[in-house]
Design a protein around this ligand. Structure first.
Ligand SMILES: CC(C)(COP(=O)(O)OP(=O)(O)OC[C@H]1O[C@@H](n2cnc3c(N)ncnc32)[C@H](O)[C@@H]1OP(=O)(O)O)[C@@H](O)C(=O)NCCC(=O)NCCS
Length: 198
């Protein structure tokens, strides 16, 4: 297994990882009206954003996991509004007939919602991390987040935040183990320097 920077050529493989881990860590295939919804909110914009930060875990010829994120969520939200909302709406429309997936459409069309966690934590960066089951429990999550944290330190970014679903107890335990604080339920954050040392 090697860790290397993500590129646009990794996009399809990364979308697959996102879907296969997207239901509180379990396979989300068939969970929503389109299997494209989750990666169109939580993965693809993070690869297409010009200032994206991303690394993949590669095993042999295939991508087994990734961390993606941004150093400046405010700038990312502006880019999302101008560039990604039209793309998202072109793929999915601007609303759903299903009440239970409106939060995903809000995620795709209302990037200002991301700013709530910046305000809650005081940290401008955020990230998403996902590993296929065969890549879990081998220290790769820790290694990916250390890599991400080191880059934030280089860029003089104070810290990073993320959201974790209340059902994803394994991921929350992982973040706690790496030293993340939990300033509010479902919100985790860490100073960059602590993450870089984790
Ligand atoms: C959560 C995830 C990123 C963790 O990555 P990982 O490579 O499995 O974790 P690591 O092997 O690097 O573990 C690092 C530390 O966290 C601990 N840890 C990891 N998963 C844990 C779990 N489910 N419960 C308790 N501790 C856990 C490990 O024991 C380890 O501690 P140690 O180094 O002191 O022994 C990975 O399991 C994953 O992608 N899960 C599915 C997708 C997902 O839920 N993503 C997060 C969405 S918010």
């Amino acid at each position: 297994m090697t860790i290397r920077p993500a590129t646009l050529d990794d996009l399809e493989a990364m979308r697959r990882v996102c879907l296969l881990t997207g239901d509180s860590g379990q396979d989300a295939t068939g969970r929503w009206s389109s299997d494209g919804l989750l990666p169109d909110v939580y993965l693809e914009p993070y690869v297409r954003y010009p200032a994206a930060l991303g690394w993949v875990v590669q095993e042999g010829g295939h991508v087994a996991g990734y961390v993606v994120g941004v150093a400046d969520t405010d700038d990312f939200a502006n880019w999302w509004r101008q560039s990604w909302v039209p793309e998202f709406v072109g793929r999915h429309g601007d609303t759903s007939s299903r009440d239970d997936e409106m939060w995903l459409f809000d995620g795709g069309t209302r990037p200002e919602l991301m700013l709530r966690l910046v305000a809650a934590t005081g940290y401008p960066a955020h990230l998403h991390i996902d590993l296929l089951p065969e890549a879990q429990g081998r220290g790769l999550g820790r290694e990916l987040l250390r890599t991400f944290g080191e880059e934030l330190v280089v860029r003089d970014v104070a810290g990073v935040h993320l959201g974790v679903g209340e059902d994803n107890v394994g991921a929350a335990a992982f973040y706690r183990r790496l030293g993340f604080d939990e300033p509010a339920p479902g919100v985790m954050s860490s100073p960059s320097a602590r993450l870089a040392r984790s």
